[in-house]
Design a protein around this ligand. Structure first.
Ligand SMILES: [Zn+2]
Length: 280
């Protein structure tokens, strides 16, 4: 198996380690048991081009090609990118020039939420999440001022807004619940009502959680999956996510689970209070 998750090489742990693709030429592209609609757009166009770099933005894997196009992969909920042929649910197969790792790239996606498509380099209009994506969390660009300005732009529930990737890239469902628990912010707080003094704390919590989960090589599930689905050590450090019905480690009140923006959301009703104006 050529694709492994390698500690410390990725800023966001849910993407597999795919550095070996750099420099490979794409000799063939085949769509398997999938229709060539928007999720798999322009796939034949990548044939004959060479992968010139392997980049990442949030949960998107970006592979610029030397012919001016860009191969974009999003794993969705169940996507896996691997050099070893999976037994089933293969959606895309790329035939690649030889190197020591593998001559093939397979995109396996059981539930079909992922994407594997070709666009003109840097033209992300058909991918709104990528097009509107905020700064990278583990970078000098992610400052208190930038984060504050981003949060002030929206009155959407802060949990939902974090998941939109607009204020900062790479925050998944588990990260969001943990960061909000740590900073005692109710997930339904409108983004522009998050108290100013808590914004630097929330920024720091996001950075700390991402770094910790990278060190632990991810947890599991949709946000943190390593390429072979192994359960990372970070799952043992979660304080809110998955702890509904259990006592809050900080105050002893029972952690609740609600749905926010369609996503299961875990919080402590005692530690994480809505701002006064938001109470009904
Ligand atoms: Zn609590």
């Amino acid at each position: 198996l050529g694709v492994r998750f390698t500690k410390g090489q990725l800023a966001i742990p849910e993407l597999p380690e795919v550095e070996w693709l750099k420099g490979k030429s794409i000799l063939g592209a085949e769509l398997i048991d999938a229709v060539p609609h928007v999720k798999y757009a322009n796939l034949p166009r990548c044939v004959g081009q060479q992968i010139s770099a392997v980049n990442r933005r949030g949960k998107f894997l970006l592979l610029p090609l030397d012919g001016g196009d860009e191969l974009i992969i999003h794993l969705g909920m169940t996507g896996i990118v691997t050099g070893e042929k999976p037994e089933k649910h293969i959606r895309v197969h790329l035939e690649l020039s030889k190197n020591s790792v593998s001559n093939d790239l397979y995109f396996q996606d059981t539930r079909r939420f992922g994407r594997f498509l070709v666009v003109k380099q840097g033209e992300y209009e058909t991918l709104p999440t990528l097009h509107n994506m905020g700064v990278e969390p583990i970078s000098d660009d992610f400052t208190d001022d930038i984060f504050k300005a981003a949060l002030k732009k929206s009155s959407t529930a802060v949990k939902t807004y974090l998941l939109s990737q607009k204020p900062v890239a790479g925050v998944g469902n588990i990260y969001a619940d943990e960061a909000l628990w740590q900073t005692k912010i109710h997930p339904l707080t409108p983004s522009n009502k998050v108290p100013s003094k808590k914004i630097p704390l929330l920024r720091q919590a996001i950075v700390d959680i991402l770094k910790k989960s990278i060190e632990a090589q991810g947890t599991t599930l949709n946000d943190y999956r390593t390429v072979n689905g192994e359960v990372g050590a970070y799952i043992s450090e979660l304080k809110a996510y998955g702890h509904d019905g259990e006592a809050c480690e900080r105050c002893g009140v029972i952690i609740e689970k609600i749905v926010v923006g369609g996503r299961g959301t875990h919080f402590c009703p005692n530690c994480q209070k809505l701002p006064k104006a938001q109470k009904s």
